[in-house]
Design a protein around this ligand. Structure first.
Ligand code: BES
Ligand code: MN
Ligand code: ZN
Length: 493
């Protein structure tokens, strides 16, 4: 469940809340809200600043209890960094830190004044929405597979009142986006023995059943075979968990209006297949369905916002496993598009399922197609964990997506899809190969996909570095749900 959000207009000293949240800067600079608390409490914040307990460093948090003259049970003082340096990214960082501290406190609710701070270039609606999403992100706990103490792992913290705007629509947007992000994170975090293709299909079906205006269709192996999705089915062959093609439709626009289309890579586990991944590279490959989770989350957000547009979401979902019936390196498969592909590496499986899904998606005559995929380790090498790789031959579409990423801080960075790179896919035995060699791996993967989107307004998001936080305790991030949701919102404006 997402945090309950509400709007607050009260003052920090007189508001009845278990926890009042105010910002301070370095060098003893107080925000207006912190100033109000300080005055009413006879200098409680200033004293602690002088003593050095509170220093205003970005993301630092201090909790002060039962201050004289303050109605709130506690005041959470959040470091916003150097006053002159506060920008969108730092604002979000401070909100994440505040959200983390709040969700570790034994409080059920808090009221925050961080949204009243000035952030250059950003309006009040942006600040409140960003704050709400940051708090919801920080308050997220994965609990699905803890049996013994699942409940105690849930934060007590359930509701947040935000100051800074009186526009209720801002909260509706934040709520919808938070729903979408949570949907993606929950799906991404589940272990691969639970989150199999049929499970993702069930989640999509359940969502469709609970929401008016949403249709769902699930295609199984036989139906995909009839459509000629030999490439997708080749990847699926090594697994006992049968594949699914999930198709969701949101009919929020006029009947007959061309839809926007999302396509997401749903490899529920990527062992590499016969080109088996080595120890150390395989453990995190349950997250290889985060493209699917991301586009489904974007879809959820669009539906929760009831956006006045039509949207289709296509998710090819398979498991990539070694088996006596696995597809092999050097197999040649015929894709649904009719083009043949020489499989030179069974670990480059994502593009082999996406190609058929991209071909299938064109039957909806979409306005634009955006795919999201944890497609290449090369993208992580190029951009690290901060930027999603964006590839498109359409400058206008690329710019729209870059802007949506910038606005939500779910940022992407563009890589070229020049024809010069296409040569790397040449094959002696098929129309082209599924790998492009050592260099520019993210781009040659994009080039591969581009061969299945000729004539379409299409963009590709490689989220291999951004979809989850790596490491033992790393969780799914929910990216690129906000980017996708913002992009759709912008299409309605
Ligand atoms: N799912 C992986 C990409 C990946 C790797 C995502 C690491 C996140 C972290 C993908 O299916 C894959 O294995 N790609 C190969 C492609 C190569 C064989 C051309 C890769 O990146 O090594
Ligand atoms: Mn792979
Ligand atoms: Zn993969």
């Amino acid at each position: 469940m997402t945090l309950q959000l509400s709007l607050n207009t009260g003052t920090p000293e007189s508001t009845d809340t278990p926890c009042a949240i105010v910002g301070v800067f370095t060098n003893g600079v107080l925000s207006d809200a912190a100033e109000a608390v300080d005055k009413a409490s006879g200098g409680a914040i200033q004293r602690r600043m002088k003593a050095g307990d509170i220093n205003g460093k970005l993301g630092s948090t201090n909790t002060l209890f039962e201050l004289e003259g303050i109605k709130a049970g506690r005041v959470l003082v959040v470091g916003m960094g150097v006053h002159a340096e506060l920008d969108a990214g730092r604002f979000q960082q401070a909100c994440l830190a505040a959200g983390k501290t709040a969700s570790d406190l034994p409080v059920v609710a808090a009221t925050s004044w961080l949204g009243t701070l000035d952030v250059p270039g950003k309006d009040a609606e942006w600040r409140v929405r960003t704050e709400a999403l940051a708090f919801d992100h920080a308050a997220y706990r994965y609990t699905a597979t803890f049996k013994a103490d699942a409940e105690s792992r849930e934060p007590k913290f359930r509701s947040l009142a935000l100051t800074g705007t009186t526009d209720a629509a801002t909260l509706d947007t934040a709520r919808a986006m938070a729903e979408g992000v949570r949907f993606a994170r929950n799906l991404g975090n589940l272990p691969p023995n639970i989150c199999v293709p049929a499970f993702i299909a069930e989640q999509a079906t359940a969502f469709a059943e609970q929401h008016d205006g949403v249709d769902v269709e699930i295609l199984e192996r036989d139906q995909m075979a009839k459509l000629g999705m030999t490439s997708l089915l080749a990847v699926a062959r090594g697994s006992r968990n049968s594949p699914r093609l999930i198709v969701l439709k949101w009919n929020g626009g006029a009947k007959g209006d061309k839809p926007y289309a999302f396509v997401g890579k749903g490899v529920t586990f990527d062992s590499g297949g016969l080109n088996l991944k080595p120890t150390g590279s395989m453990e995190e490959m349950k997250f290889d369905m985060c493209g699917a989770a991301g586009v489904l989350g974007g879809f959820v957000a669009a539906v929760e916002m009831k956006l006045p547009l039509n949207l289709v979401c296509v998710v090819p979902s398979v498991e990539n496993m070694p088996d006596g019936d696995s597809y092999r390196p050097s197999d040649v498969v015929t894709t649904m598009s009719g083009q043949t592909v020489e499989v030179l590496n069974t670990d480059a499986e994502g593009r082999l399922i996406l190609c058929d899904a991209l071909t299938y998606t064109q039957r909806f005559d979409p306005r634009a197609i955006i795919d999201a995929a944890t497609l290449t380790g090369a993208c992580v090498v190029a951009l690290g964990n901060h930027a999603t790789g964006l590839m498109s031959k359409h400058d206008d579409l690329a710019d729209e997506l870059l802007a949506a990423g910038e606005a939500t801080l779910d940022r992407a960075w563009r890589l070229p899809l020049w024809n010069d790179y296409q040569k790397q896919l040449e094959s002696a035995f098929a129309d082209f190969a599924n790998i492009g060699g050592k260099t520019a791996g993210a781009i040659t993967a994009g080039c591969f996909l581009s061969r299945f989107t000729e004539g379409q307004r299409w963009a590709h998001l490689d989220i291999a570095g951004t979809a989850w936080e790596s490491g033992r305790k790393g969780l799914a991030s929910g990216r690129p749900v906000s980017l996708l949701a913002q992009w759709l919102m912008d299409r309605c404006a």
